[in-house]
Ligand binder design. Structure first.
Ligand code: ADP
Ligand code: MG
Length: 729
């Protein structure tokens, strides 16, 4: 029996019991995290103070204190049964990385002891050669090291019976270039902090720190493990390269917010319980639009913590799903014709005085502060829309962007009717120079009507890649499998840069004698005029928008290799360098890594496609051909007239035609790949993989395979079908 039928037969035996989710969330929340409260219990005054300052201000911890902290960490971890520790980091492969070492060691006299010294806490040298570096290590120095990042708390990861102390770290080369997602993100956040505090001080001198906040919404598919295992494409690429549309897909829209299937519910409760222990504040869970698709979202947190938590969660979900004999698919487009998955990034900024800078205020003055940050965000996205696009580019996300289910590849900003009106009103005064009497605009009275309007109006436009939703922007074009860092590094860097320029312009006007508020209003006006073309309130999925966007001169880059060009423009280099986020060589390296990632993804998909076509699809189809032939010959021999096997002949003809095309195209694709593989320039090669391999062959081969799926005897078809993968659990 084929794996397909075995999987289907065994489905009803799968358990759906949850182990977690029985206690109150507050009872377990953060129990596996070395929070500041826990630190207080395990550390001396001196060590605690030192940890506290480095948590907040990024101050270096000296060796003697580091020893105290590492001892405290070990004592805490051992009280939980931990035997090993690891430096935990987020390399550019897109998953998290860890290498476990035990506390156990042997002293020079042979006595075995448990030990975790400060040096091991602060720095480690993982074998870095197999992580992507974009040539950085080759040109500089072969080694890389992980360095403790005290701004993220240490935590204990439970894997089955094993428990490991995880130290969040950044990963850098010996010459200091960053090799991970985290290091540049922290730098971008620091740059934003400085720029935003400066601007806040126009309004409130008490603000000394601004943190960016992130609340991600993670979409994913959950399917049966045995069915997934019977699909080599799912196992190897995380998406199906073939599969005919099921009779019932998502057209009835009966899955969205429907009741959660029991087996999935048990899985959710378990991964939630694990997440709570690690301090991930998950809040919502529900079904998504597509069958077998779900979403979860936490309460928002500081960006760096939220990014860690998302990376951790993806890892936890994968492991917990396996315990439930399920598979989580994080891929942006696992099934053709069925909605893909995204990861909305809700983003805002908050001051240490407790103000959300993107929440409309209650007084004209706080409203001016809101307007300042609101308009600067729009300007940032306008000025750097190519970088924003590049920050979400991946082979997986290419399937989704612009596919009438997800925001288009055109970056635009939605602000809602009411704020559009406010912006128009400010803009219409652009020709009247502001004078002191003209402060009426400050009394625009935004505060009175905004709160209610926001709630009803702003979340309506689901087709915008970047939408204002009342007290935050929602960056919706991020892919479900992505590490949020890329998007967040870009967003916070461009915001920092835009705020710096804003301050420069305002200061110049003040110097010329303008009153502060008036100067601010004038620069806001100018920013609105300058960035107006990025604002779009209509249907982002429509053809009209594509034409309109073209008329406005907004870029619409549909494929990753080209979208990535934005990373290495002069403008990008200047932006990242002046904000101390990436050096030129780091940017070049990242560009190279992203291109390579793209090439490899498409290459693997092409291979899987070829393999499946040749050794699953064709043998099955040829077998069916034989059955038909035998039948026809039998009928002929029995002396029946041609009319009695006309249909069989027609099917035979169709099957044979598809077989020929598939075989031809797969071979042609192999030849095309050989040519592309010989290309030496990475960018050229990535573009060629897209235009000469993917675009020429993928849909074509798939079309014929999916036709065969409809024609060939169901009993012989080896790959689980969409109707089974998506609806059986
Ligand atoms: P919904 O969009 O379903 O109405 P919310 O608007 O409350 O729900 O939140 C959606 C996501 O936005 C959640 O993950 C939430 O934590 C996040 N979020 C809310 N406020 C902020 C903020 N100020 N900064 C960042 N994320 C936020
Ligand atoms: Mg949302």
């Amino acid at each position: 029996m084929s794996l397909r039928f075995e999987a289907i037969r065994n489905l009803s035996n799968e358990p759906n019991e949850a182990h977690g989710g029985t206690s109150k969330i507050t009872a377990i929340f953060g129990e596996n995290v070395f929070t500041l409260n826990t630190a207080r219990q395990y550390l001396s005054d001196e060590a605690y103070k030192s940890l506290l300052t480095s948590t907040k201000g990024g101050k270096r911890i000296d060796r003697s204190v580091a020893n105290q902290i590492s001892n405290g960490l070990r004592a805490w971890a051992e009280s939980k049964g931990v035997t090993h520790f690891t430096h935990w980091f987020q390399p550019l492969t897109g998953t998290t990385a860890e290498k476990h070492d035990s506390f156990f060691t042997i002293k020079s006299d042979g006595t075995p002891i448990e030990e975790f010294d400060g040096a091991a806490l602060i720095q480690q040298e993982p074998d870095a050669s197999s992580f992507p570096s974009g040539g950085l290590r080759a040109t500089f120095e072969a080694r890389g090291y992980t360095a403790w990042d005290p701004s993220s708390p240490a935590f204990v990861m439970e894997i089955g019976q094993g428990k490991t102390l995880c130290i969040p770290t950044i990963f850098v080369s010996y010459t200091g270039e960053s090799l991970d997602y985290k290091a540049p993100l922290l730098k971008a956040l620091e740059s934003l902090n400085k720029a935003a505090v400066d601007v806040c001080n126009y309004f409130d001198k008490n603000v000394t720190k601004v943190t960016a906040t992130l609340g991600w919404e993670q979409e994913y598919f959950v399917i049966d493990e045995a069915l997934a295992n019977a699909r080599p494409d799912l196992v190897q690429c995380g998406r199906t390269v073939f599969g005919a549309a099921p009779a019932k897909g998502q057209q009835l829209e009966d899955h969205y917010f429907g009741s959660i299937p029991e087996r999935v519910y048990a899985f959710m409760r378990d991964y939630e319980a694990e997440s709570y222990k690690l301090g991930i504040p998950l809040r919502t869970r529900h079904n998504e639009v597509a069958p077998a698709q779900f979403e979860c979202a936490p309460i928002f947190e500081e960006v760096s913590v939220a990014v860690d938590h998302n990376a951790l969660l993806m890892d936890i979900m994968d492991r917990v799903a396996r315990r439930h004999k399920l598979r989580v698919l994080m891929h942006e487009k696992p099934f053709a014709g069925i909605n893909g998955s995204g990861k909305h990034n809700n983003w805002s900024m908050a001051t240490d005085t407790g103000v959300n800078l993107l929440a409309p205020g209650k007084t004209p003055k706080t409203n001016l502060m809101f307007l300042t940050f609101f308009v600067n965000t729009i300007k940032a996205v306008h000025d750097y829309s190519d970088l924003v696009r590049a920050s979400i580019a991946s082979a997986g996300n290419d399937h989704r962007l612009g596919a009438n289910e997800a925001p288009p590849a055109i970056i635009s900003v939605f602000v809602g009717q009411y704020l559009s009106k406010v912006l128009d009103e400010i803009e219409s005064r652009v020709n009247n120079k502001f004078d002191e009497q003209d402060e009426a605009i400050l009394k625009l009275d935004i505060h009175r009507s905004i709160p209610e309007l926001m709630l009803d109006n702003t979340d309506r436009n689901r087709t915008s890649p970047f939408a204002f939703t009342g007290n935050k922007f929602e960056f919706r074009a991020v892919g479900s499998a992505a590490n949020c860092s890329n998007a967040m590094t870009v967003l916070n860097s461009i915001m920092a840069e835009t705020l710096k320029n804003f301050k420069k312009d305002v200061d110049a006007l003040i110097e010329k004698g303008d009153k502060k508020e008036v100067a601010i209003m004038q620069v806001i006006q100018k920013s609105i005029v300058d960035s107006k073309k990025v604002l779009f309130e209509g249907d982002g999925y429509s053809d009209e928008w594509h034409h309109e966007a073209e008329r406005r001169g907004l870029p619409n880059v549909r494929t990753t290799p080209l979208a990535l060009d934005a990373m290495v423009t002069k403008k990008a280099k200047h932006l990242f360098e002046s904000n101390h986020v990436y050096t030129h060589s780091e940017l070049e390296a990242r560009h190279e890594i992203e291109l390579e990632k793209y090439i490899k993804k498409v290459q693997i998909e092409a291979r899987i496609m070829g393999d499946l076509a040749i050794n699953h699809i064709l043998p099955t189809a040829i077998g069916y051909q034989n059955e038909l032939l035998e039948n026809i010959n039998g009928l002929k021999t029995a002396g029946l007239p041609e009319g009695s096997y006309k249909s069989q002949l027609a099917i035979l003809k169709e099957v044979s035609e598809h077989i020929q095309v598939i075989y031809e195209k797969v071979n042609a694709m192999v030849e095309a790949r050989k040519i592309v593989n010989n290309m030496t320039d990475t960018r050229t090669k990535a573009i060629a993989y897209c235009s000469q391999v993917k675009e020429v062959f993928f849909d074509e081969i798939r079309y014929h395979v999916d036709k065969l799926e409809h024609l060939v005897n169901d009993d012989n078809w080896t790959l689980p079908k969409y109707r089974e993968i998506l609806f059986l659990r």
